[in-house]
Design a protein around this ligand. Structure first.
Ligand code: IVH
Length: 688
């Protein structure tokens, strides 16, 4: 009779085999129901015999309790990166250098797709997965074992009778395009922030502290390399991939074995042409010398091995249908033509709208509604329509002539001297007012709660407001507010109170809210540091403005033009009469309080749990730091919340200081003014 120990082993073997067939080969031989029955039996037996439990049991895939944070563990062999090339000339030059170094020794190249995911290293000892590490800084990485174990295609045990003493396998964890779309759809439906692209989604998932959540994320991986090897060796890259496959790993589906550089070029072309057929995002191809015996001779530079070269593709261009051209009315009345596109995935994110900038640009490119257009998105830049595919133009494609009237209010339009933009000249245009009001009340401007787009539209329709300054006289129209649909006493009171509270906002908020062209949140904060009041700012001159770091001639001109206009002077007068704060409330934080953060350039990334992103920004500013959006050589410090993505990787690469959210909270000095202490404390109270 079979003992429990024996039966458990049998079940584990069977389940491993079925996992491999299902996940890696995509050829299951039993039904889900039969599989579940085997798994149930195994789980029952393991529950009855806890002494027989094992971390490499197929039942042990889905993670346990959340962990505190990741341990950092050194890599046995560093995870170095690859040298990049961007065109065939670079590749040919690489081939020449390689041949010279090898002085006539025969060699081949392998070309593989370059997967745009997250590099991970797996360590197997005597066949069992003991650790999974992220790349980290290349020398040591985060221990993400619990998370990586949840990926179905990652073997928890090698499929081998006599597994090697140690085997490190390296590859890329990714999210398929399809999995990414599904994940984002459900996040959107749940009101959660969506991921920008599959790479970020994969990186964010691997950084989650709760592996039970990771298990729900559609992650997969492809393995293309090795690190430390003990008790095993491979002559060629090809043989290594073959061995990984028999051990149970998912390896590149197709590789190109090339005798010479001409064949490499063909391979690069074929991979590029076929890139849409891959279920994952690809950002190029990797060319590797096949003969591993030559690696030592080829050696490496400080950053990358000489036996391999990455070949990166130009930013992805995608064709899609331009369904219609709509016109957006900005807060200054500028009319912007916008392409409404059939949604497509470009460089990892879904694009359904793209700005066409202005009529000159649109005419130059001859863009018409009904056209098939090529769109491009390089990095994190806004999508752009590159060109029209003329061969696909239907006979009824319609160009959008320059406007003769405002599409929103029918008011007169004009082109100001020296400008390409058309503007609606109707000062009472509701679309213009809507854009301006939306901006004025927004979180990063006056931060007025209880008023959103729909309510603004309703207030405009009822003619209760037409201009941001009208908000401050709205309390005089309480009866009319109460007459409006869905406006009960309570909501009217809340609204009026929120407007009242905004009168006390900090100076930079009102500077931002004014809607001065080219003055965003950061510039507004810079201006607050240099001008004690709106009055001072209104009376300044070009020289004073351009002497300020970060303010150039264009921004300076915008500011001067804004305050020169009579209607804007009247706007400020009305704000003042209403009692809106137009002065700096305290000395700049940096003068007031020396903290660890004073004068530092800080970037925030990932999601925070103890405060919102905006609150963190404000707190940092109060502590004397300058908050910027992207990581660069100037970044002193990165504060990484949960699911931090590429910014964290970049900061690590650049070697900057990295803090957690808790570090930020701890950085608030005991002698900080009560306002800072209490701002943070009340946030913490709310959460507890
Ligand atoms: S080989 C010594 N092969 O791209 C480095 N890397 O830009 C061995 N990558 O660090 C890496 N697909 O994270 C290799 N087929 C592939 C790859 C690949 C994606 C990543 C990997 C690497 C980075 C370099």
């Amino acid at each position: 009779m079979s003992t429990p120990a024996k039966r458990i082993e049998e079940l584990r073997d069977q389940l491993r085999e079925h996992n491999h067939r299902y996940y890696t080969l995509a050829q299951p031989t039993i039904s889900d129901r039969e599989y579940d029955a085997l798994m149930d039996e195994l789980e029952d037996l393991e529950a009855a015999h806890p002494e027989l439990r094992s971390p490499d049991s197929p039942s042990a895939r889905v993670g346990g309790e959340p962990i505190e944070g990741f341990d950092t563990v050194p890599h046995a062999v560093p995870m170095i990166s690859l040298a990049n090339s961007y065109n065939l000339d670079d590749v040919r030059a690489y081939d020449q250098r390689t041949r010279k170094r090898l002085a006539g020794q025969n060699h081949h190249y392998i070309v593989e797709p370059k997967i745009d995911g997250v590099a991970v290293s797996l360590r197997y000892e005597n066949g069992a997965l003991v650790r999974a590490l992220s790349r980290g800084d290349g020398r040591s990485g985060d221990d993400i074992t619990a998370n990586v174990r949840t990926i179905g295609t990652v073997p928890l045990r090698l499929r081998a009778k006599n597994p090697p003493e140690a085997l490190e396998v390296r590859g890329e964890v990714f999210m398929t395009r399809e999995g990414f779309m599904r994940l984002n759809d459900s996040r959107q439906a749940a009101g959660q922030q969506v991921f920008a692209n599959p790479r970020n989604a994969a990186a964010g998932s691997l950084k989650l502290l709760d592996s039970r959540v990771v298990a729900t994320r559609p992650l997969d991986a492809v393995w293309y390399g090795v690190g430390e090897l003990r008790g095993i060796a491979f002559d060629t890259h090809e043989a290594m991939l073959e061995a990984l496959r028999t051990f149970g790993f998912r390896t590149p589906e197709k590789i190109w074995i090339c005798d010479n550089i001409e064949e490499v070029e063909t391979a690069l072309r074929e991979i590029h042409e076929g890139k849409d057929a891959y279920p994952f995002e690809m950002d190029g191809a990797v060319i590797k010398v096949n003969e591993r015996g030559l690696y030592e001779e080829l050696g490496s530079t400080a950053k990358s091995p000489r036996w391999a070269l990455a070949y990166k593709y130009e930013p992805e261009q995608v064709e899609t249908l331009l369904k219609a051209i709509t016109i957006q009315v900005g807060r200054t009345g500028v009319l912007t033509p916008v392409a409404e596109l059939e949604p497509v995935l470009v460089s990892g994110s879904t694009v359904s709208r793209a700005t066409l900038h202005n009529w000159d640009e649109m005419q130059r490119k001859d863009i018409r509604a009904g056209d098939t257009v090529v769109i491009e998105k390089a990095g994190e830049i806004i999508p752009a329509v590159v060109r029209v595919v003329l061969e696909k133009r239907p006979p009824d494609a319609k160009a959008l002539p320059p406007p003769t009237e405002c599409p929103a209010c029918g008011g007169p339009v004009s082109q100001r001297e020296g400008e390409v933009a058309w503007r609606c000249e109707n000062p009472a245009c509701p679309a213009k007012s809507l854009s301006w009001l939306k901006h004025f009340v927004s979180r990063r401007a006056m931060d007025i709660d209880h008023i959103g787009e729909e309510l603004i539209k309703a207030l405009l329709k009822e003619q209760l407001i037409s201009h941001p300054a009208d908000l401050y006289t709205l309390h005089e129209k309480k009866d009319q507010l109460l007459d409006m649909e869905r406006m009960a006493e309570k909501s009217v009171d809340n609204l009026l109170q929120a407007i009242e509270d905004s009168k006390n906002a900090e100076l930079w908020r009102i500077i931002h809210a004014l809607g001065i062209p080219n003055v965003g949140e950061r510039t507004a904060q810079t201006l607050e540091a240099h001008f004690a009041s709106i009055r001072e700012l209104a009376e300044t001159d070009e020289e004073t403005l351009t002497a300020i770091e970060d303010i150039g001639p264009i921004v300076a001109k915008s500011i001067l033009d804004f305050f020169a206009l009579g209607e804007n002077q009247f706007f400020i007068e009305r704000l003042q009469n209403a009692g809106v704060n137009l002065e700096r409330k305290s000395a700049p934080a940096s003068e007031e309080l020396e903290t660890d953060l004073t004068g530092k350039t800080v970037v925030l990334t990932g999601s925070l749990t103890q405060m919102t992103r905006d609150e963190a920004k404000d707190l940092l500013r109060k502590l004397g730091a300058k908050v910027t959006g992207s990581v660069s050589g100037k970044t002193d410090l990165l504060i990484a919340g949960e699911e931090a993505g590429s910014k964290l990787d970049k900061a690590r690469k650049l070697g900057g200081e990295i803090w957690t959210e808790a570090d930020l909270v701890n950085a608030i000095p005991a002698n900080a003014p009560p306002a800072i202490q209490s701002a943070v404390q009340s946030e913490l109270d709310l959460l507890s």
